[in-house]
Design a protein around this ligand. Structure first.
Ligand code: WTA
Length: 650
């Protein structure tokens, strides 16, 4: 365990917005009097009608209700664009770096204003109204940001579906929120490979139609010029629609608690949930965390490598940075194309000061060797960030020593789709770092560690992580299913928000996230419900039963290990293994591909028929010695077979 302290570098201490004393004072204020604290910090964004109420939240299991700034009105797009026009109209808002290093574009706030306004009007011209759900299925091109902001401008609710998801996954999301409008592209381009987004959309619309979901309009961005079929009356070219639309689109006045977006995320059971975020509190929280966590200062270039299909892209590529008038970089490509120097070449090309990525990317680049880093300059870098999964100390130290040359603090930011913004994190000028620790809570956040019964544990301890009270960026509900919201997050430990993560707190009060304690696995920083992969597997005609668990994987953090029982008469084979992997890719998407499949004649079950996942996890982790109590197994013999035939790790 690395408990070594990395103090704030001197140059950072001099330049940073907040030092440790200020952090401690502000944190105390935020806990002692949240109303006063957020009344003050809510003013960082522009309101049409100012709020008079600040916090109105209840974690009471019988009456979970979360409202912030509820009587205020505002528009998110106006906050991200219009209010900057006077002072920074000609400043670059978005730097787009294409998959091909020869492709890039600088978009000023003024250009952003015109493009978003035109698209907002094009949406309206095609029938989109306030409150309608618009599905965004786009690659990492500026149009993805325009589409988000155009929805916000007219009060439509966006639901972004990651471009790596399959037609079926897209269809499920379209159905769940009854979205009649889609914006997509002919094809995406990543690492030189094409992704058939429009063809996937066509399939998804067919699938959704079986459940009665009707898609009225599809707006299609021409990205590659690849061949697509355009359906008359339904499909519209983006370039034609925006050319025909007026550039004048006054922003809609929205209430603070009107929905801003839905984003589907995996849980331990059932289909992905539509996490719903609203307008005022979300924007205040995204903007404030972006400024303080990354110590963002005027005119700096900030780069978050996430995809807008994930929450990190929502809060820290688009909404947070743009609300702060920052220059945000959007990258279409991948870390190792054309070579593993790409990230650092982009840093040099655009003079990036703040760089935010995921441990899985760091581990992959570390594996490629430090020459790819060292041949680049990187002197523009000031702050490094990490998100998505626990970062192992080896990767942290490499990131710190090699990439940042011991000059750049690393902010290891812990948060979730549900939390809207970062909750536990160092602040660059305030926090001495420990490799692998997300360190301390952000303003207004009250983490607690509880035991299995929900008893709060004090001091240095380990258990389950809960948050004791609300913050403005918190999700408000599961779209269309408030009961599921209450059940998922507020029923395990009554009166507290349950994160699903395990956590240790050390003697310095630093938090160390130890990973999910539920049936969610984290593959390359992407959340995946084991239940989702299982239901994809059992949908295959040759599969009778499947159980999926995570196991430690050197690059991905966790890999997907699937135990599969075949139908009577079916024979295990290598071909069938490959076929099942392909099947899951088609059902969910490439991120859900099982890394290892073990054919098992039987799964370990209790006498009441419940699969004992604890045992399956241990076997997948190679920890046979401590399988724990197996006396409740209906047939202890299956365990020996499982151990004997276990698959070797990648
Ligand atoms: C994990 C991504 C350790 C955690 C923003 C959480 C982390 C889940 C960290 C949420 C971190 C995220 N250290 N674990 N810095 N950041 N996680 O919803 O298990 O895609 O519950 O949000 O990722 O994943 P999600």
């Amino acid at each position: 365990m690395h408990d070594e302290l990395y103090p704030v570098p001197e140059a950072t201490a001099k330049a940073a917005l907040i030092d440790n004393d200020k952090y401690l004072a502000m944190y105390q204020q935020s806990i002692d009097d949240p109303n006063a604290f957020w009344a003050e910090h809510g003013k960082r964004i522009d309101w049409i009608k100012p709020y008079s109420k600040v916090k109105n939240t209840s974690y009471d299991y019988h009456n979970v209700s979360i409202k912030w700034f509820e009587d205020g009105t505002l528009n998110v797009a106006a906050n991200c664009i219009d209010r900057h026009l006077e002072t920074r109209g000609d400043q670059t808002a978005i730097i787009w770096e294409g998959d091909d290093p020869a492709d890039d574009e600088h978009i000023t706030f003024r250009q952003l204003h015109e493009r978003v306004s035109r698209l907002a009007n094009a949406f309206k011209d095609n029938g989109v109204k306030k409150g309608d759900r618009v599905t965004i299925y786009l690659p990492m091109i500026p149009e993805a940001a325009y589409a988000m902001l155009a929805c916000a401008r007219i009060g439509a609710v966006h639901s972004i579906v990651f471009g790596g998801f399959s037609p079926d996954s897209l269809a499920n999301r379209i159905e769940d929120c009854r979205s009649s409008f889609i914006i997509t592209a002919d094809e995406g381009l990543r690492g030189g490979r094409k992704v058939p987004l429009k063809a996937n959309t066509d399939k998804a619309i067919e699938v959704a139609a079986r459940d009665g979901a009707v898609v009225d309009k599809v707006i299609v961005v021409k990205r590659t010029g690849g061949d697509v079929t355009m359906k008359d009356g339904r499909d519209v070219w983006y370039h034609e629609a925006v050319a025909a639309a007026s550039p004048d689109c006054p922003p809609e006045e929205m209430s603070a608690e009107d929905p801003l977006f839905i984003l589907y995320t995996s849980g331990s059971t059932g289909k992905p949930k539509g996490v719903m975020h609203t307008t005022g509190g979300y924007l205040v929280y995204a903007a404030m965390t972006h400024e303080y966590v990354f110590d963002y200062q005027d005119a700096e270039v900030y780069w978050c490598t996430a995809d807008v299909g994930w929450v990190t892209g929502h809060s820290y590529i688009v909404y947070g940075p743009l609300a702060n008038g920052a220059t945000t970089l959007m990258f279409e490509g991948v870390p190792n194309y054309p070579s593993p120097s790409r990230f650092w070449e982009v840093v040099d090309k655009h003079k990036v000061s703040i760089f935010y990525t995921a441990p899985t990317a760091i581990r992959a680049l570390m594996g490629a060797g430090e020459d790819y880093v060292k041949k680049t300059d990187r002197s523009s870098l000031r702050i490094l960030g990490s998100v998505g999964e626990p970062i192992n100390p080896e990767a942290w130290i490499w990131y710190y020593d090699v990439v940042g040359e011991k000059r750049c603090p690393i902010v290891d930011t812990w948060w979730q789709t549900e939390t809207g913004g970062i909750l536990i994190t160092p602040l660059p000028g305030a926090t001495a770092l420990k490799p692998g620790s997300a360190t301390r809570p952000f303003f207004g956040i009250q983490p607690q560690i509880v035991d299995a019964e929900g008893k709060e544990l004090e001091g240095a301890t380990e258990g389950n992580l809960v948050i004791a009270d609300s913050w403005p960026g918190q999700m408000r509900t599961v779209y269309g299913d408030h009961e599921r919201f209450v059940q998922t997050y507020f029923s395990t430990y009554k009166g507290k928000y349950f994160t699903g993560d395990g956590c240790r707190r050390d003697a310095d009060g630093y938090y160390w996230i130890t990973g999910r304690v539920d049936d969610v696995i984290n593959v390359s920083g992407h959340r995946m419900g084991t239940a989702e992969v299982e239901s994809a597997l059992v949908a295959h005609p040759k599969v009778s039963e499947a159980a999926v668990v995570g196991y430690p994987h050197s690059l991905k953090g966790q890999g997907i290990y699937a135990y599969v029982t075949l139908m009577e008469g079916e024979e295990p084979s290598e071909e069938l293994q490959k076929e099942l992997v392909k099947w899951v890719r088609n059902e969910i998407g490439p991120i859900a591909s099982p890394d290892l499949i073990q054919f098992a004649p039987g799964l370990p079950k209790t006498r009441s028929g419940k699969i004992m996942r604890r045992i399956l996890r241990k076997i997948a982790e190679d920890a046979f010695e401590n399988l724990g109590d197996t006396s409740t197994l209906a047939d202890p013999g299956v365990v020996d077979d499982l151990i004997e035939n276990r698959q070797n790790r990648a």
